[in-house]
Design a protein around this ligand. Structure first.
Ligand code: MLT
Length: 399
């Protein structure tokens, strides 16, 4: 008798965005004449910049020619892309990262889930609450039982407190998904110091760093002194360059970053991850990596920035519009996400239903991101401008 991994039974029946999708499909069936505006899942709507598609077309041509065809690429990613990342994303900000510390992958979602393979099953995990559901679900699937939730609500200005008991693995995501809030350098330093003191590891997801508008807010955990010894950073081309459908991301594991065996012997996480990639991954396609490389050209940077600016303007429209209507709004300054307080003591799912049925707008209930998200609601600004404006009108009419 083949036995299943029973940890799966400890998950919620559906992944958050699948539940939402299902509900919306049911609504559509009964209301086929209504136009639905999707401000739910954080998926981009602007097409890929032309400099990126041109680079990908050129790479396709190379693949069709026997003299330039490429088979398997390096598991860690092509050097041409890792060099650009090292130079443009880190060196230009005064951060030292070696190109060999960068691992190209097909998404930060997979990376933040797969990284848990590096750590012992009994490791204690700390996650902020509300949280991107992948962190929690992947640890549940792995069988980790000791999960500590760090509530982030308006009462603590969405700043997580240090865990009450010592934790091994700590997930931090800033700019935060879902709350759209950020941490300052001083606030992040507290976590770096904690991790150093406790020999813990910080898993820092900075998939939304390009949306930072305030000068003083750090883009990378490695802007904090000592972080190289305690942090892995995750980045993605999805929300930055429109790669949600193309798939390309990367993570950084500094070479000095250590974990320990049961006997207390040090092991470098970089070598373990490298070993894991060579065994389980054959790299991201050459065509995709050529597209990602084009992000760093002068034209690529201009075009990518234009799209980000577009989404940032969307978020301002939502933020200001909703504030005028009297909603309590968080986020939306350094992030494409608005985190709003659900009015009239309704639950997050009640507000979801109301917004869907009365205004035909899809958002994400805060409680789907964790218990501390109850009473909140997330809207994304990744929609097209006309839809954002239409959504605001509809919310206004909803009263
Ligand atoms: C979200 O809506 O939270 C994200 O788009 C989902 C993801 O990036 O996987």
């Amino acid at each position: 008798m083949i036995q299943i991994n029973e940890n799966f039974l400890n998950l919620k029946d559906n992944y958050l965005f699948s539940t939402i999708h299902q509900k919306v499909e049911e609504f559509k069936k009964e209301n086929s004449n209504r136009k639905i505006i999707s401000l739910g899942i954080g998926d981009v709507t602007q097409p890929l910049p032309s400099s990126i598609t041109k680079a990908m077309e050129k790479a396709c041509q190379e693949m069709s020619d026997i003299t330039t065809f490429k088979g398997y690429g390096p598991e860690q990613g092509y050097e041409f892309l890792r060099e650009e990342i090292q130079k443009e994303d880190y060196e230009k900000r005064g951060i030292y990262i070696d190109k060999d510390e960068i691992f190209i992958s097909d998404g930060a979602k997979c990376d933040t889930a797969n990284i848990t393979e590096l750590f012992d099953m009994n490791s204690k995990v700390a996650i902020t609450d509300p949280v991107y559901p992948v962190y929690l679900d992947s640890n549940i699937i792995a069988g980790r039982k000791d999960i500590n939730y760090l509530p982030c609500t308006k009462e603590n200005n969405f700043v997580p407190e240090l865990p009450k008991e010592r934790c091994d693995i700590i997930y931090l995501c800033y700019p935060n998904n879902p709350t759209g809030t950020v941490l300052t350098k001083e606030q992040l330093k507290i976590w770096v110091d904690y991790a150093k003191e406790n020999k813990s590891i910080l898993l820092f997801d900075s998939a939304y760093e390009r949306y930072i508008t305030q000068e003083e807010i750090p883009h990378s955990i490695y802007e904090i002194e000592g972080a190289r010894e305690v942090a892995i950073e995750f980045r993605s081309f999805s929300k930055t360059a429109g790669f949600t459908g193309v798939r390309c991301a990367y993570l950084v594991i500094p070479k000095e970053l250590k974990g320990y065996t049961k006997q207390g012997k040090e092991r470098f996480l970089h070598s373990l991850w490298k070993r894991r990639c060579s065994c389980k991954f054959n790299g991201v396609s050459y065509i995709t990596q050529k597209g990602a490389e084009a992000v760093y050209t002068e034209e690529g940077q201009k075009q990518v920035q234009r799209n980000i600016q577009y989404y940032l303007e969307n978020v301002s429209i939502l933020k200001e519009g909703l504030q005028k209507l009297g909603y309590e709004i968080y986020g939306g300054i350094n992030s494409p996400y608005i985190w709003l307080r659900v009015p009239n003591n309704k639950t997050s799912w009640e507000f979801f239903d109301e917004l869907l049925t009365k205004a035909n707008i899809v958002g994400t209930p805060g409680s789907g991101f964790g218990n501390a998200g109850e009473g909140y609601f997330r809207l994304t600004a990744f929609g097209q401008r006309e839809e954002i404006l239409e959504a605001m009108e509809k919310i206004k009419r909803m009263g």
